[in-house]
Design a binder for this molecule. Structure first.
Ligand SMILES: C[S@@+](CC[C@H](N)C(=O)[O-])C[C@H]1O[C@@H](n2cnc3c(N)ncnc32)[C@H](O)[C@@H]1O
Length: 436
């Protein structure tokens, strides 16, 4: 497998976050290095809220999570690419997220979060003998994970984790929550409550599979959705551009000049009158149409005309020529409909498309940043982060998921160091595990 970005992360002295220094790793894990700041969770009051039975206050959500310890199991990969090892945590993610704050001091340090939680399907997902299966009752294969939690219990399960994730995100960080048409609209309201409606950026429609002939009444479902929120207005954004297709070029640049170059034209004026400035003045005796102004001053219009960059219609209306080659190299803006189907032969149930994760990570983080997935499954996010030179943290409470992740990552040449931890409640009686 080939890396797309140089692996070693750049030195960012002030930005680096040392979360588990190699020298004192084992001692640090059993102490609390940062108190959970109960009072300082600054979630603004939402205008529209979702009410359901068993909904706790934010303070209760935080206070009811017991303290956890991280027990080091084993390290893989090569020391030296990053200041700290990446982390793969086996255990309930609510405990794991709290431990990231209290044991690793990562509050406000995560640049990018992607989660793909169970979708409340009522099913069990199994895996064995190199195949995966979705079934509602047991068979010979091993249980990968159970998705039996539904209704208000499910929503509160997601909400509790979102509260912790928001606190872990840096102020310029972003979160992507992958879900489907059955639960997505409820989760949207919860995310509006936690992250603020004004920080909702996109609801990405993802084409997940080929059309199917469902027997049930209604339209076939071939999409799921990804909710994209930022923590603040000032979030990191590396504009993704996509290559134009031949059809795009023919549609957008329908004209061909005498030299065989494709082009289109755009108006030279824009809405709004300029009362005093140059863009309201006549050009060669021609005024901008009423209620409009020239896009550039008349002097610049003359220069463009001399360069043969203005086309005159038969009625004497000038328009600016835009050539396909000027725009081609920049590519086109990526829209919110993504056709990135999941692997046809997954190694883990509900394993997601690798290119999907690369796209998200590239757009919202830089090399060296920390990417977190606390429903990491077979580690698709972690692999994408690794390949793109990001640091990463994965949490999953399924043994099969942790095994699949280790297997996937160990196929990467020059893998950076990662350490597997077991995460356990200090007082196990206080924590009823989920899912397993
Ligand atoms: C939909 S799968 C994620 C698949 C993943 N995106 C991939 O590409 O392989 C959801 C994962 O969440 C894990 N999970 C569910 N509840 C959890 C919890 N409370 N703590 C940690 N992991 C949990 C499951 O074990 C499962 O692996």
């Amino acid at each position: 497998m080939k890396r797309t970005t140089k692996h070693k992360s750049p030195k960012k002295e002030n930005k680096r976050t040392a979360y588990l220094k190699r020298s004192d790793r084992s001692s640090i894990l059993h102490e609390t290095i940062a108190q959970w700041p109960l009072q300082v969770i600054d979630i603004p009051k939402a205008k529209i809220t979702l009410n359901y039975e068993g909904k706790k206050t934010v303070a209760e959500c935080i206070a009811t999570v017991p303290d956890a310890i991280l027990l080091e199991v084993k390290s893989y990969g090569q020391i030296g690419f990053h200041d700290d090892p990446n982390l793969l945590i086996h255990g309930d993610n609510l405990l794991g997220l709290k431990a990231l704050v209290t044991k690793c001091g990562l509050k406000g340090k995560i640049r990018q979060v992607y989660i793909d939680p169970p979708f409340a399907t009522g099913l069990e997902f199994r895996s064995g003998n190199g195949r995966v299966a979705t079934i509602s009752s047991g068979n010979g294969d091993n249980l990968a994970y159970s998705d039996k939690m539904v209704g208000s219990e499910y929503l509160e399960f997601i909400r509790e984790r979102l509260i912790f994730l928001r606190d872990l995100l840096s102020d310029d960080g972003t979160i992507f929550v992958h879900n489907d048409y059955k639960v997505g609209h409820y989760i949207k309201i919860l995310m509006d409550e936690i992250f603020g409606e004004k920080h909702f950026i996109n609801d990405i429609t993802r084409i997940k599979c080929n059309p199917k002939n469902f027997s049930r009444k209604g339209f076939g479902n071939i999409k799921d959705l990804i909710l994209f929120y930022s923590k603040s207005e000032n979030f990191l954004w590396n504009e993704p551009r996509v290559e134009m297709t031949k059809e795009d070029i023919e549609r957008l640049f329908p004209k061909i000049d005498s030299g065989g170059r494709r082009y289109t034209t755009t108006p030279l004026h824009a809405p709004g009158e300029t009362s005093n400035g140059a863009t309201g003045q006549p050009w060669n005796g021609l005024f901008p149409p009423s209620g409009r102004h020239w896009r550039v001053p008349p002097k610049e219009l003359t220069r463009l005309d001399k360069m043969n960059l203005i086309e005159w219609s038969s009625t004497g209306n000038p328009r600016k020529k835009i050539f396909a080659e000027e725009v081609l190299s920049k590519g086109k803006k990526l829209q919110d409909l993504w056709e990135l189907k999941d692997p046809p032969y997954p190694r883990y149930p509900t394993e997601k498309n690798f290119e999907l994760l690369k796209r998200i990570i590239n757009a919202t983080s830089d090399p060296g940043d920390i990417v977190l997935d606390c429903f990491s499954g077979s580690g698709t996010t972690l692999l994408a982060a690794e390949m793109l030179g990001r640091r990463w943290i994965g949490i999953d409470n399924s043994v099969l998921a942790i095994q699949a992740t280790i297997k996937k990552l160990r196929e990467v040449p020059n893998l950076s160091e990662f350490t597997v931890y077991e995460c356990e409640a200090i007082d196990k009686k206080l924590h009823k595990g989920t899912n397993q």
